[in-house]
Each structure stands twice: as C-alpha cells, then as structure tokens.
Design a protein around this ligand. Sequence first.
Ligand code: ADP
Ligand code: MG
Length: 603
Amino acid sequence: MSIRVLPDVLISQIAAGEVVERPAAALKEILENSLDAGATEIQIELEQGGVKRIRVSDNGCGIPRDELALALTRHATSKIASLADLEQVASLGFRGEALASIAAIARVQLTSRFDHNGADSTSAGHAWALQVDGGQLGEPAPAARGAGTTLDIQDLFFNTPARRKFLKTEATEYAHCAEAVRRQALSHPDTTFILSHNGRVQLRFPAATAAARVRQVLGEAFESNTVAVDAAAGGLHVSGWVIRPGAATASRDSQHVFVNGRYVRDKLIVHALREAYRDVLHHQLNPAYCLFISLPPDGVDVNVHPAKTEIRFRDSRGVHQFLFHAVERLLAAPAAAGETEPASPQTGTQAAASPFAVPQPWQTAMPLQVNEAMAFYAPLGQGSGVGGQDSGGAVAPAEQSFPASGQGDAPPLGYAIAQLHGVYVLAQNTQGLVLVDMHAAHERVVYEKLKAALDARAVPAQTLLIPVALTVDARDVAEISPHLEGLRGIGFEVSITSPTSVAVRSVPWLLKNADPVELTRAVLHEVAEFGVARLLADRRNELLATLACHGAVRANRHLTLPEMNALLREMEATERAGQCNHGRPTWFQISLRELDAMFMRGR
Ligand code: ADP
Ligand code: MG
C-alpha cells in the first residue's frame, strides 16, 4: 500500500478510539462543553446505558447558526487560539476534537439557540439544528428551543462494530455514565444536574453550596464521617473533606480529586494522601476523600492525555508537600479524630488550630502521673476556671442540654465516670457519653511522647532498682554487642554478662511501668533483626510502636478516677489521639441526641 493522507472522517474515527472509548466518555465530553458554555442547568437523558442514546440539554451560551458545522469539525474550538492560551487554559475543553470524534461514530443532532443582544445576526432568537450521520454533515434547519444547546447522540459506534464489541452490559455502561455525572456535579455545585435512564429520573442534584452538593452526591454518611480541609500556601489552595481514620474502609472507590474544577486521577496526589494517613490508618484500609485543589493554570499541564484525566504539575514536589502537610496536620489535631458530629468547614479548620492541638512538652506530661495531670483537671461545675480559655470550637456547646457541663471550658473528652470491665473508660462531656479504649488510647499517648523525645534527642532513662538478668540466644547477644551505645541513647542500659545472658540496668523513663523483661526482649529482638541504626532511621516508628504497646496500661489494670481523667487530658493534648498506633479507633462519642434516639425519648 502506498502512503496516503487519511480522509477527515477516518481521522476522527481513529481519534474517537482515544476520546470516546465508551458512552460515559462521550457523556463526560458533552457535560464539559455545557459547563464551559456557562450552563446552570443540565438535563441528561440516556437510553440503554447510553449506547442507544445520550441526549444532553443545557441553558448555556449556545452556538450561532454559522458555527454549528464548525463545532462538529475536527480541531475547531472557541476556547484557545494560541499556544499561550493553551498554557493558561481555564476551560475544561480545548482540544476541539470531542464533538467531531463523536459525530464520526454516531448519529448526532446538534440543536442550539444563540441569543445575543446585538440584533443583526441571522441566528438571533432562533434555534437551528444540524444533523450528522457518521461524519456526514447536513445543512442547518430551523428548530425550536430556548437559549442553550442540545446534543442528541444516537447509536454510538453504529459504524465501528469492533468497538461495539468491547461494551459491557447496559447496567455497567449506565453505572459509568452516572459516575461521570456525579463527578461533574461534585466540582460544579452551582449547576443543577438531572439524569434519567430509560425514561426514569435517576439523579437530581439541584444547585447548591459545595458542602450541600457533596452531601447530595456522596451521601450523609460521607459527610458525617469526614473532616473538612481548607488550606492555602503560595498559589495553592485545597478544600474539601477527608475521612476520619476511624471510619475508613478497604475500598478505594471514594477518592475524588479535582484540580481547577477538573476530575483527575493522579498518582502523586494519591501518594500524598496515603502518606498523610500513614500514621493513623490500618494498612489494609484506604482513605476516602473529596478534594478540590486550585492553582494558577500555568502551574499545571492538562494537555497530557486525550481524555484530560491525567495532568502534570510543574512543581510536583511542592504540591505533594502541601497536600501531605495540610491533611497530616488536620488528622493530628486531637479534636478532629474521633468526633462523630459532622464538622462544618469552619470547625474542621479551627480544629487544626485549637488549643488542644498544642502538644504538651513530654517532660511535663507524664503518663498517668496524677499529680501532674491534676493541673489540667478542672472538676465538673468549676466551669470557667481554666483561665478564660476558649474551647476552640472543637466541641461547641451549641445545643447542649447537659446541665452539669462547664460553660465552654469543659474539656472536649469530659470527665471520667467509671471503668468498664477493666478495658473501657466511660466519661461524660458536653455532648454526651465518651467511650475510651484505655490501652489503645494510652498506647498512642506513649507513642507520640516517645517520638517527641527521640526527636528532641532526650530519652531519659529510669534506672532499675535491681538490674534484670535475661537469658538470650547466643546469636542475639552477638548481634547486639556492637549496639550497646545506641541502645543507651534510647534509654536502655544493657550489659552483656555472658555469651547467653544480658543485664538491663535502665529502661526509657516513659516506659518505666512496663515489664522490663518483656520490654527488653522485644527491643533485643528488633535490634538483632535490623540493627540500631536502621531501627532509629526507617524502622523508627515501628520500634516506638512496639515500645509504646509495652508501655501502655494493660487491660484489667484498675484505674482510679483521677488516673482516668489524667488519661483523658493527655489524649486531648496528644496528636492523632483518635487512633492507636495500629490505626484502630481509641474513643467514640455517643451524643445525647443519639442516646435519646436509642431510647426513643421526645417522640
Ligand atoms: P472543545 O470543547 O475542546 O473546544 P469540542 O469538540 O468539545 O471541543 O467542541 C467544539 C466547540 O463547540 C467548542 O469549542 C464550543 O465552542 C462549541 N460547543 C460545544 N458544545 C457546546 C455547548 N453545549 N454550548 C455552547 N458551545 C458548545
Ligand atoms: Mg469539549
């Protein structure tokens, strides 16, 4: 075969392979066009999963009669005119190939009414329709409709049978279409979306605020299980919602990211979020989030992929750092972690700055040291005793009906009432009942303190009254002998007393309540396996988690009320206190409203 230039329709059919691989992809392009045209109302009607028909009507700016054919022509666009425009592009579309590609593989009718206020255009006030069958353009004919555009696509892939074969069941294709509508709806809350399938309305999203739209699209459960993010730095801004670690599931389906209003799939962003949750999420779970990121258009290249779902950031490291810190800081805020009340965007952001987020210097807050912690402890009824501090908005006593609570100065986790089965602490706060898993909570407190101590290179040791002798494997003894100095640095003073025994003279002060034999065994085991250097570098947090587990109060240890209150105060002062080191929840709030509902009070 000799080389030839391909006919236009064939070029569009080839391009359609990339842009329109299934009905949902065509729908996405058409919705983008409506949004670019400024539509505030978009109606979508599908038949047979979109394969038989996709009809989208909008109330956008419309297309003049003389431009109808152009709209369906390859590489014709009203959105950019130069390379400089491309680098600054703010519209969703810019490639000028979607309509031409769709028109090459379906029967398309484009009807539009372009109303402009200067009167001398032939099209003013009239609607015109243009029919295209498999790329063969007809002539514009007068039609009737209000201002805006309707694109009616029938028999997608009718002339490309090979592609048709790749389509899945009607239900699957419909599900993809519905997802495409949800995505656009999330990022364009000001626009009303109505989707029907085979004549029945399936989704109806009236114009709303961003928060209300998230509720419409992702449901009330998503809203109440998430915390609001709102952060800005340089030209970067992120807002949206991220899951409370305790509410995360294994599914990855609920990860919605929009960059400058465009739904994107971006590995860098997924990675930044994963990292932000690393310290609070069980490794089998995935964070859910809905994030809206904005930055100046020239900070991101959107022309990477025909479907425009992949992007490239100019400063990808900066974006990664920014997102990581914004979310990590939010999750570290003690008040953010375990609340069950839905947080408004404001409370979410304030939570990060609340006075309770300020970590106590580890030196002054000892684990369950009652005398010390009593300083934080303002008993019930004393009310505004704590120096007129504001409660930081974390537990706004807005609708409290709890007579005994302090007025605004009550600590977020309240005051202990009892210990249940040696495992749980029961406390009451302004909202209702707080249930704490005392081991899990204390484990996090000790872990965060160990991290802080190690960061400050100050891990004081507690000398044991009587050194503890330990029989250990000869191989382990050989492994640890070069590391004795390093061990001393983290509070363990160990000496080798024979080829198969060691003596422990001190343990880290923070862990002085742990069983020194078990503790030492655990550490020697890790040292023998990884060496102190690696333990203190990339396995540091794992080591500290092991230590914290040993240092935390065990189940069935009786706690006095002041000890329980001290634990609550420590939790309030600890970052990430809502989850233990393994990502499991440490406490739950059950509000009076929920208790009332349980007992059907007030019905
Ligand atoms: P692109 O969106 O990349 O410009 P398309 O092929 O999707 O390319 O659309 C071509 C042109 O048709 C657009 O630039 C726009 O001017 C016009 N157009 C398409 N859909 C609409 C619509 N719903 N309302 C107004 N104009 C539209
Ligand atoms: Mg387009």
